[in-house]
Design a binder for this molecule. Sequence first.
Ligand SMILES: Cc1ncc(COP(=O)(O)O)c(C=O)c1O
Length: 410
Amino acid sequence: MSNLRNFREDFPILNEEVNGRKIIYFDSAATSQRPNQVLEAVLKYDHEANGNPHRGSHTLSMRATEAFEQVREKVRKFIGAKSTKEIIFTKNATEAINLVAYSYALNNLLPGDKIVITIAEHHANLVTWQQIAKKTKAELVFMYVDPSGRLPLGELHKIDEKTKIVACTHMSNVLGSIFPIEKVIERGHQMGAKVLIDGAQAVAHMPVDVSELDADFYVFSGHKMYSLMGVGVLYGKEEILDKMEPFLYGGDMIEYVYEEETSFNELPFKFEAGTQGIESVVSLGAAIDYLEEVTFEYIHEREMELTAYALSRLKELPYIRIIGPEDMNDRGAVISFVVEDIHPHDVSSILDNYGVGIRAGHHCAQPLLRYLEVFTCSRASFAFYNTKEEIDVLVDNLSEVRRWMGYGSR
Ligand SMILES: Cc1ncc(COP(=O)(O)O)c(C=O)c1O
């Protein structure tokens, strides 16, 4: 049973001190911390198996290939894909979105077609489509959130017969709201569009089954789900990936190369040009094993308990405005807020004096913040390794922030 053990002890960094205080890490939506199990798996790989995967018939190269391909199978199972041909390793979620944009969209969109996205997209899933729209003369259409930060189903009517691409986040990195992606995918398919889901904020917090969802593409980054930085995943339906052109050219992605012509490797290798970040890939495999040990049941229960507690404590403070749903329906463990009269960068640096690490700024979602007329805000994001006591330190020190800046705490 997962909750018989204190998983927090698996994260050595949580014993670090910052400014003489024990660190309180509330920025897991930016990047999560890595447990010992992940770090040890990388060391083990480097001690026993490091070679260049797919590039040799000597033992270490073959061990590296085996380690690499084992992780692909783990990822396949983890997200419910039908085949390992549908699992492409990338550098991060951003690169996975760009792969689809350049390889699929650029070759399939015509002037007058529509790309429909939400106003809540991270720049990775917004700027990319904005630029593809410019290059193809397609129209970029936004679906807007309501004042509570949820996507109303009425907005889905913007997905029409002219729509060729729909790109939508599974969970907003600012609002914390979980979007109705099943409905988005259904509507997109009814209109004949391909649907890409940005799962960067979702995969570490809830089970995802891409086959059940019927998503055409689903992307995420390893570093937000307890692996090292430098690995991301593009899931794509085999029949779509098969028809797509390579994104990057070079070693590994080829079959035969002649002076004038090249034939390309089969899936998934066609999309993995050059030497991959194998340590990161190995760490992703270990992170999946770790998540399976902890269980999503435990993660969900713990993160929802922390989020509900943080929302209730923050609501005690009259100078705090929450950006995003204030209730617990369809939301994850991300809470953005404004501290009245005080710039988020001041909030963040004063809290850092108390060892508390939160994020400040536009959170790579400038159009969303402009739409909400907020422009910049603070964000605390939680993982199952956080505690209610840590939330108390955050909330208690927000009044210190007000005092430091010359305002009353009430
Ligand atoms: C919702 C969302 N999408 C995409 C990304 C981009 O992830 P990466 O920088 O790892 O490519 C992020 C990162 O914060 C995110 O929160």
